[in-house]
Design a protein around this ligand. Structure first.
Ligand code: 5GP
Length: 234
């Protein structure tokens, strides 16, 4: 498989064409950003940790019958993926109130949410990812009602599979963000699932094991990413 032209470069990943039409390369870079790119750093090895955790979680989800874009790994920080037409929605599933939910609504951080809450934002940094509802999604032509129903159903399935996995590791899956895309035979889970896109709390200590360590300067980000990767991959 040969790396081709750069197709897209995001805040922490770059996507390249390959010599096969339906296959792309996703390179997880060492850049870390928060607050719509307002805070930035480069952390050696961060890309490889997130790539390895994403690979592991995608394979785990495939075994639980969730269709993902993962094909395989090219190297430690580069994923081979099925080419999708990405849907510009950030699908967030919350099991515990935290982050923007606790900031923007009258609910205390740490309040359990049962059933889980799905929030869908428009993926648009320039507009600060505004929250959508079903009517807005249809009015903006972002998806059909049938496709949105599939997206929500799959997001909840991803949540129940991963929440149980993290629970067995002594970790609470507080919330996470995923993205979907259209493949030849329906909707696939795309993008990544990593410490950059999940909120994880140690069940015993309540310690943050995710990008909040970087967002809020809570400690040594790479030490935490290394430790949580070991727990996930063990
Ligand atoms: P919040 O809305 O509380 O900021 O984020 C909820 C969850 O979605 C958190 O786990 C957070 O990491 C993830 N999330 C929200 N927006 C983004 C984003 O633009 N990029 C990434 N990587 N994760 C996001």
């Amino acid at each position: 498989m040969k790396q081709g032209e750069l197709l897209y470069s995001g805040k922490a990943k770059s996507v390249y064409l390959t010599d096969e039409d339906d296959v792309l390369l996703v390179k997880f870079r060492d850049d870390i950003t928060a607050f719509d790119g307002g805070k930035k750093e480069v952390l050696s090895e961060k890309g490889a940790f997130n790539a390895r955790v994403s690979e592991y979680l995608f394979r785990y989800l495939e075994r639980h019958h969730v269709k993902t874009h993962l094909i395989g790994m090219m190297d430690r920080s580069t994923m081979l993926v099925r080419r999708l037409e990405m849907i510009p929605l950030e699908v967030i599933v919350r099991n515990v109130a935290a982050g923007s939910m606790a900031r923007n609504y009258p609910i205390k951080e740490g309040t359990p949410l049962d059933p889980p809450v799905i929030v869908i934002d428009l993926k648009d940094d320039a507009r600060h990812d505004p929250m959508l509802n079903d009517d807005l999604i249809f009015a903006l032509g972002l998806s059909t009602p049938e496709e949105l129903a599939t997206i929500k159903r799959e997001a909840l399935r991803v949540n129940s599979v991963l929440a149980a996995l993290f629970d067995s590791l002594g970790i609470t899956l507080v919330d996470f963000k995923i993205e979907f895309g259209r493949g030849k035979d329906g909707v696939y889970l795309g993008d990544e699932i990593s410490m950059d896109s999940m909120r994880l709390w140690d069940k015993k200590t309540g310690e943050s094991l995710d990008k909040d360590v970087f967002r809020f300067g809570k400690g040594d980000v790479m030490e935490v990413y290394r430790r949580v990767s070991e727990r996930i991959l063990s």
